[in-house]
Design a protein around this ligand. Structure first.
Ligand SMILES: [Zn+2]
Length: 316
């Protein structure tokens, strides 16, 4: 990470982050702490260079192994508190944070355990630093729909902490259309809708997320580039894409780092994000640093403004 010589450079400016998975903040020291604490014999300790993934599926195999290490309220507190510290380091002043309820409830960890640890950390951050965040539970494409319905019903008890519901995990072969009925329920509950689409899936998955789920933001959405009509739709309706450059680079989604400026130059609303920063060793500022050679300074400023405009807070 470069030093902060200029307060006008993006790494020294206040930003929002809209695409960050809390389970993706399991840094190696936390991984090893929980592995020892819960006496897992089938999960090895890690170092920062342990992860040999090359694509989304091989990455998710690591991520879901790490998820299994999260078991009690203190684990979820520690995980969330780690992100708060990194957010402060990266000049992130507000975040809409993803988490995967089914990844935990499917193992017998109660949703109340998950939520109480996360919310305790967020309350402490607000009291201590005036730092705020809201939560977006993601439905896992490759888990049974019934469990998603159960978890969403339970999450209604957490009121204002939940700002929306998303869709994640491996895209293929799970087109967004399969989840239409579920997202009808989400919208009826008054929650916003986001969806991972067009990361490994085709542009048609982005169309489905928009038209069949009612998605208001698309997470990743890189494959919109393949469909000029879709590009026009995203531009006219000002649908934000939450872009994650280091994630794309590490998972082989694109090797062309100029693609982000091409999307921006076409008039799309892009935001820059870190996705699963502990696994990619790259929090938000590192993502800005990666793309900054391709963006003129005024465009970088616009990306920062977009992070607030594309959030679900109405007071920015
Ligand atoms: Zn993601």
């Amino acid at each position: 990470m470069r030093p902060f010589p200029n307060p006008h450079e993006p790494w020294a400016q206040d930003k929002a982050e809209l695409h960050m998975h809390l389970e993706g903040c399991l840094e190696p020291d936390l991984w090893n702490k929980f592995q020892r604490k819960h006496s897992y014999l089938d999960i090895a300790p890690v170092t920062t260079v342990t992860y040999p993934f090359t694509d989304l599926s091989s990455f998710l195999a690591w991520r879901y192994q790490g998820d299994r290490l999260l078991n009690d309220e203190e684990d979820f507190f520690d995980l969330t508190w780690r992100y708060v510290q990194r957010a402060l380091d990266n000049h992130i002043v507000y975040a809409e944070l993803f988490f995967d309820p089914q990844a935990h409830t499917a193992r017998g960890v109660s949703l109340d355990t998950v939520m109480s640890g996360i919310i305790r950390a967020l309350r402490q951050a607000e009291q201590r630093y005036g730092w705020t965040a809201r939560l977006i539970p993601n439905i896992l494409r490759d888990h049974p729909l019934r469990t998603a319905e159960d978890d969403l019903a339970h999450l209604e008890a957490y009121g204002d902490w939940i700002v929306g519901v998303g869709l994640d995990s491996r895209e293929l072969p799970y087109p967004p259309r399969l989840f239409r009925h579920l997202f009808d329920q989400v919208r009826r509950k008054g929650w916003h809708v986001v969806a991972h689409a067009g990361e490994e899936g085709p542009a048609s998955y982005i169309w489905q997320a928009l038209d069949e789920l009612g998605a208001e933001r698309i997470d990743h959405g890189i494959h919109a580039m393949d469909d000029p009509v879709l590009m026009g739709r995203l531009k006219i309706d000002r649908i934000p894409l939450t872009i994650c450059p280091w994630s794309n680079k590490r998972l082989g989604v694109t090797t062309d780092l100029s693609i982000y400026y091409k999307l921006f130059h076409e008039g799309l609303v892009l935001t820059i994000n870190s996705d699963d920063p502990a696994y990619f060793s790259s929090y938000l500022n590192a993502n800005f640093e990666l793309i900054s050679p391709y963006f003129p300074p005024d465009a970088l400023q616009q990306l920062i403004k977009n992070s607030f405009v594309a959030s679900f807070r109405t007071d920015f």
